[in-house]
Design a protein around this ligand. Sequence first.
Ligand SMILES: N[C@@H](CCC(=O)N[C@@H](CS)C(=O)NCC(=O)O)C(=O)O
Length: 216
Amino acid sequence: MALTLYFAPGASSLAPLAALEEAGADYNGVRLVLADQDQRRPEFLSISPRGRVPVLVADGQVITENVAILTAIAHRYPDVSLLPLEAPSLLARAYELIGWFASGVHIAFAEVFRPERFTDDDTAKAALKQGGRRNVLLAFDEIEAILRDSPSGWLVGDRFTAVDPYALVFWRWAERLEIDTADYPAFTRHARRLFDRPAVQRAVARETGKAPVGAD
Ligand SMILES: N[C@@H](CCC(=O)N[C@@H](CS)C(=O)NCC(=O)O)C(=O)O
């Protein structure tokens, strides 16, 4: 097996999981449960010392970070066009969003979910949670506007790309912040459209452990 994805239910690993499923990839999936601290176990840390998912092992190369993993998958299955590799301006837009998701939106959520990553000071933690929530709401406003103004209803160009399931990660996290997704109708339509896709359904089923993962 040349491809192995380490993923966790509910994590940002949904994006590469959905990308692999969209590509019809033959891959081995390893499911970690973050609440059980699977990501801290020596077997996983020996592969990925940061102890984070997703991790893709492709032909022996360990690839971390969603931006790199989604790029690797898109290049491996060019016929599926998971990223607009042939259209430089659309590709720049795709990376603009992927970069913002990873370094802006994800971090805003992390400030709320995991303030201890940033500080040990309890007063600072409370401020981080508040600021993180504000930044998540600003990000949701921005994603809502992008999707509302998109003639295709997709984030980049006129068709599905790997950027779309990355946004779905955040839409799912809204519930944990008690954000009412009804306030974001275009974002919610986008999420429903993704949940209607068989590949996304398979990715979610694999997350829940209710479907066999790859060759396991
Ligand atoms: N910048 C990384 C972020 C990866 C990340 O933070 N993953 C989270 C799940 S969404 C994780 O593994 N957390 C485990 C932990 O913090 O213990 C990426 O984009 O891939």
